[in-house]
Design a protein around this ligand. Sequence first.
Ligand SMILES: Nc1nc2c(ncn2[C@@H]2O[C@H](COP(=O)(O)OP(=O)(O)O)[C@@H](O)[C@H]2O)c(=O)[nH]1
Ligand SMILES: [Mg+2]
Length: 197
Amino acid sequence: MSLINYSSKEITCKIVYYGCGRCGKTTNLQYIYSKIPQVKRSSMVSLATEKDRTLFFDFLPLDLGEIAGYKTRFQLYTVPGQVFYNSTRKLVLQGVDGIVFVADSQVELWQENIDSLMNLQENMRSLGLDPNRVPLVMQYNKRDLPNIVAAADLDRALNFRHAPCFEAKAVQGIGVFDTLKAISALVLQSISAKYKR
Ligand SMILES: Nc1nc2c(ncn2[C@@H]2O[C@H](COP(=O)(O)OP(=O)(O)O)[C@@H](O)[C@H]2O)c(=O)[nH]1
Ligand SMILES: [Mg+2]
């Protein structure tokens, strides 16, 4: 549910990075934060436990320029990945305009990725969101590690609607902006389609 303010000519969109615990969601936001000029971003808010795991969410507001005279604001959120935080995940998903599903490419996390994707779809449905329609981008992260699943196999198992997908090494920043550009373009397209009459 993007917010469009006609008088101030501003569009605010919400993008959520979803995925199992420790797949690299926070790392994506931290990298984006480190590369965006100060004037284009507010400070990043992180609510983490002592062990560096997201407790509620990370939040990063960005100004990404103008489209047709409208200033576009993007709010990036992550969800806590651990299974028991589902009510928080649902809360963060409310009003989402676009989703980045981050998968951990490591072989031993195969099932966790699938479970997280099922959980995403279930939570979306329970919020009245159509998993087949909300703009979505897939990111296969941790490609730098040795024991990983081939990207094509991850794609077959996870990319249920042939969404744009990117391989990433988020710790090195690789693939992070490709992912962000793809999801922001999809979100802006879907918003302009919605408001065009
Ligand atoms: N080797 C490697 N480690 C990564 C990568 N992305 C994230 N990590 C590490 O994985 C751990 C969990 O990352 P984090 O972003 O906190 O995961 P989150 O729970 O999804 O927010 C951290 O130690 C990160 O440094 C990557 O591309 N390669
Ligand atoms: Mg996190």
